[in-house]
Design a protein around this ligand. Structure first.
Ligand code: NAD
Length: 292
């Protein structure tokens, strides 16, 4: 068997074209341009590159974006003040604080300061908690991207065995909760899991987000499994690889995402989606006479 290679870039491009139409409708019908504020604290090259990618994607989708740069020495209070004014800024529908933050700033107090209605990254405790009950205001972008890939490929989730390798708060746990919400039987594995293969071999759908190159080899993948590789690792020779032995596993799986070009392009696409949804809710609130 040779797997269908899922083209995340193509799915992302298709969705972004649809989102652009929604932006045009918002502008034409309501005079509202969706707006995203991105806060960057410090000058990490990696963070700057992620932020530039997000700003570029906004521009291409017709979304207004504002980059707010604070020095690495900025205090937590300064950052909280900026968030507070963005929370009440009617031109801004989404607020994103690029992580990681400098060590002297408490991440959770910063994330909790973002208005839930503008938390387009989906990291606020309210949105995290909503994953348990299936009632988030915004779903976190990478897990949402995984869900959209499965939907796009018409891969059913209900009743299937899903194994998620990786239990982080931003990828593994929310992915597991979102797929459980769709009635999958879900197992979460992590670095303390004994005999990883014992679990991964049960997976009809295997989602891997561990940050360990070649963690998933063909011997621990069930024949015909759907393999979604969230991992993004730079090797010493500069190559970018996922967590899955792509060449080996693609001969055993039914579907597989490549790295790069699989889940990666979907993450920013879901950020655009969430920002547009927020602006649409804002437009509806205005039309119905209730302004946030
Ligand atoms: P993290 O370091 O916060 O969490 C990693 C998780 O994997 C932990 O739960 C850990 O217990 C588990 N793990 C580590 N080694 C393991 C092993 N040997 N066996 C089983 N589980 C193991 O990482 P994260 O932020 O969740 O990111 C995971 C990967 O996904 C990274 O490669 C990251 O770059 C990538 N990522 C990609 C995107 C994207 O848009 N494509 C977005 C976020 C993260």
């Amino acid at each position: 068997m040779s797997a269908k290679i899922i083209d995340g870039k193509a799915i992302a491009a298709k969705l972004r074209a649809e989102y652009h139409v929604r932006v045009d409708v918002l502008k034409a019908k309501h005079g509202i341009t969706p707006g995203l504020a991105v806060i960057l604290v410090g000058d990490s090259a990696a963070s700057r590159s992620y932020v530039s990618g997000k700003i570029k994607a906004c521009r291409e989708a017709g979304i207004h974006s504002e980059l707010i740069e604070l020095p690495a020495t900025a205090s937590e209070v300064e950052l909280l003040d900026r968030i507070e004014s963005l929370n009440t800024d009617p031109a801004i529908h989404g607020i994103l604080v690029q992580l990681p933050l400098p060590a002297h700033i408490g991440v959770s107090s910063v994330i909790e300061a973002i208005s839930v209605e503008k938390d387009v990254d989906g990291f606020h405790l309210y949105n995290m908690g909503g994953l348990v009950t299936g009632s988030t205001v915004f779903s976190p972008c990478t897990p949402y991207g995984v869900q959209k890939i499965l939907e796009h490929e018409n891969i059913p989730v209900e009743g299937r065995n899903v194994v998620v390798v990786g239990a982080s708060n931003i990828v593994g746990k929310p992915t597991a909760l979102m797929l459980m919400q769709q009635d999958a039987t879900v197992v979460i594995c992590h670095k303390k899991t004994r005999d990883l293969g014992h679990f991964t071999l049960l997976a009809d759908i295997l989602v891997v987000a561990a940050g360990v190159p070649n963690l998933i080899v063909p011997q621990i993948v069930r024949t015909g499994a759907v393999v979604i590789d969230v991992g993004f690792n730079r090797l010493p020779d500069g190559r970018i690889v996922g967590d899955v032995d792509f060449e080996g596993v693609k001969e055993k799986a039914s579907y597989i995402t490549p790295v790069p070009g699989g889940v990666g392009p979907m993450t920013v696409t879901m950020l655009l989606h969430n920002t547009i949804v927020s602006a649409e809710r804002f437009a509806t609130a205005i039309t119905s006479g209730f302004r946030r």
